[in-house]
Ligand binder design. Structure first.
Ligand SMILES: *[C@@H]1O[C@H](CO)[C@@H](O)[C@H](O)[C@H]1NC(C)=O
Ligand SMILES: *[C@@H]1O[C@H](CO)[C@@H](O)[C@H](O)[C@H]1NC(C)=O
Length: 495
């Protein structure tokens, strides 16, 4: 058996080495630095009343009347990227992935665990308001994206319409509602020991929101098309979120109703579909890996299906295997899209490390046809991606702002590029702000920890504020990176 096995691993190692997969560029201290910064970034995205321990001090309070004209309190939450919109769909996904990062790798976060929990709570406090403000509805957005995008304005100055948008029985949104349920359920695990009553509230609300998502089926892209598309249109539909939401509530509660739900609806909701991008839109690959844990830990035999699909997903990323279909840049970066590509790199790295952990703690491997892929292989691939983001790349630049010696200075981000309200308290209007978009000098405020969209398929990056495809940060780029760098920050041995 050893002789049959060895040549395949040798070939794999040669392939991985030729893509540069064997470098060890950063120390655990560097990853710990990146971890701290990756969480700090979320403070720069905060909407609402900033607390006294706010560390990104160039920001001020903003959007304090969100919901007020409609007699609901929708203050708080996160701006999703470089604009001043509160989009509930990516905000919920961000919160789910921050929570998953803490669930899997919180024990490696050391003194950053409290900051990670605070970042999650900033999301869940808002999502709880959005889910409970008006019975039978879920608020899923505040702000008009078309009008917001026509301005270059600090959040503190914002004077564009702050209309709240909701889904309801008549205008359903099973995608955004089930993702919100996933976020609340995942966060309930995070707070189980540190704040049991908050945790119980999160789980209880998750179950109610999931019931609403499942009972009144439809996509929010239909009911709210003009304000959610093309921004965060639910291209993959809502089946993936229903299975993902049920899986998270099952993980959080162990309640048998959700196991029954997964068993009876899994097939219809995409258990057998392979999909190779994991993002705010498409949850299929993440659900497979999440559910594979119950099989690998020998709790639920019939979840073997999810382990098999997790293997297929993993194999799709490994050159030389029979389902390989990923694209890498010449410098070795996973490449999926010309816009905000690094969101796929961080989410994939997180899944690789999570699956590696599930496999290795159960003495298992992934099988890709005749090749066997070990946890160490997955960790090597994830390390290459993380190191690339942190500066081991042909352009010799870190794609995390404030990390390393060279990083993007002209990020597409209103708050970062306009003067701080503390230095320049006078109102800067919607159109006057554009002079700061178009100026050549670096952004005055450093949004420490922000990971930008990243380079193109030839490893080329232009640090240009108008090139939002490459220079805009987003909360869902950072969220899974928090878990990935936590993993590497605690590594004591290198393979
Ligand atoms: C399990 O979940 C179902 C569906 O949400 C709920 O009706 C039931 O009360 C839950 N059971 C327990 C023990 O919490
Ligand atoms: C790389 O980007 C720079 C800056 O945008 C551009 O001038 C150059 O032509 C690009 N190179 C390639 C090979 O695309």
């Amino acid at each position: 058996m050893a002789t049959a096995f060895y040549p395949q691993i040798l070939i794999l190692c040669l392939i991985l080495t030729s893509l540069g997969f064997s470098s060890m560029a950063f120390t655990p201290q560097d990853y710990a630095d990146a971890l701290e910064k990756s969480i700090l970034f979320f403070e720069g995205q905060r909407s609402g009343n900033l607390p006294s321990n706010q560390r990104i001090t160039w920001r001020g309070n903003s959007a304090l009347s969100d919901g007020t004209p409609y007699h609901v309190d929708l203050v708080g939450g996160y701006y999703d990227a470089g604009d001043n919109m509160k989009f509930g769909f990516p905000m919920a996904f961000t919160t789910t992935l921050l929570s998953w990062s803490v669930i899997e790798f919180g024990s490696s976060m050391g003194n950053q665990l409290d900051n990670a929990r605070a970042a999650i709570k900033w999301g869940t406090d808002y999502l709880l308001k959005a889910a409970t403000a008006t019975p039978g509805t879920l608020y899923v957005q505040v702000g008009d994206p078309n009008q917001d995008h026509r301005c270059w304005e600090r959040p503190e100055d914002m004077d564009t319409p702050r209309n709240p948008y909701m889904v309801s029985k008549q205008n359903p949104g099973s995608d955004v509602a089930a993702e919100t349920a996933a976020a609340l359920a995942a966060a309930s695990i995070v707070f189980k020991d540190s704040d049991p009553s908050y945790s119980a509230k999160l789980l209880h609300t998750a179950m109610k929101v999931f019931d609403f998502a499942d009972r009144y089926r439809g996509s929010y892209s239909d009911s709210l098309n003009s304000v959610v598309c093309p921004f965060y249109c639910s291209y993959s539909g809502y089946h993936d979120e229903l299975l993902w939401g049920a899986s998270w509530i099952h993980r959080a509660s162990g309640n048998a109703s959700y196991l029954t739900y997964i068993q009876s609806n899994g097939q219809t909701l995409g258990a057998d579909e392979d999909d190779y991008s994991f993002s705010w839109d498409d949850k299929r690959a993440g659900t497979k890996i999440l559910l594979s844990k119950d099989f690998l830990e020998k709790r639920i035999e019939e979840f073997q299906l999810y382990k098999a699909h997790s293997d297929r997903y993993i194999c799709s990323l490994i050159p030389g295997t029979y389902t390989f279909q990923a694209q890498y840049t010449p410098g070795g970066l996973l490449y999926k899209a010309s816009e905000s590509n690094l969101q796929y790199v961080t989410s994939t790295s997180f899944l690789l490390l999570t699956y590696a952990t599930y496999l290795s703690s159960n003495g298992e491997v992934a099988s890709c046809g005749s090749s066997t892929i070990t946890a160490e292989n997955l960790i090597s691939l994830a390390r290459k991606q993380v190191d690339y983001i942190l500066g081991e790349n042909p352009a010799e630049i870190s794609y995390m702002v404030g990390f390393g010696e060279r990083y993007p200075l002209h990020i597409h981000h209103r708050g970062s590029s306009l003067p701080s309200v503390h230095n320049h308290p006078d109102h800067i209007t919607c159109s006057n702000g554009f002079q700061y978009l178009n100026v050549r000098s670096p952004n005055p405020n450093i949004l420490v920890g922000a990971i930008v969209g990243g380079p193109d398929n030839t490893d080329n990056f232009s640090d240009d504020r108008n090139n939002y495809q490459q220079s805009e940060p987003a909360t869902y780029i950072n969220a899974p990176f928090v878990g990935a760098v936590a993993f590497f920050s605690s590594e004591t041995t290198t393979k």
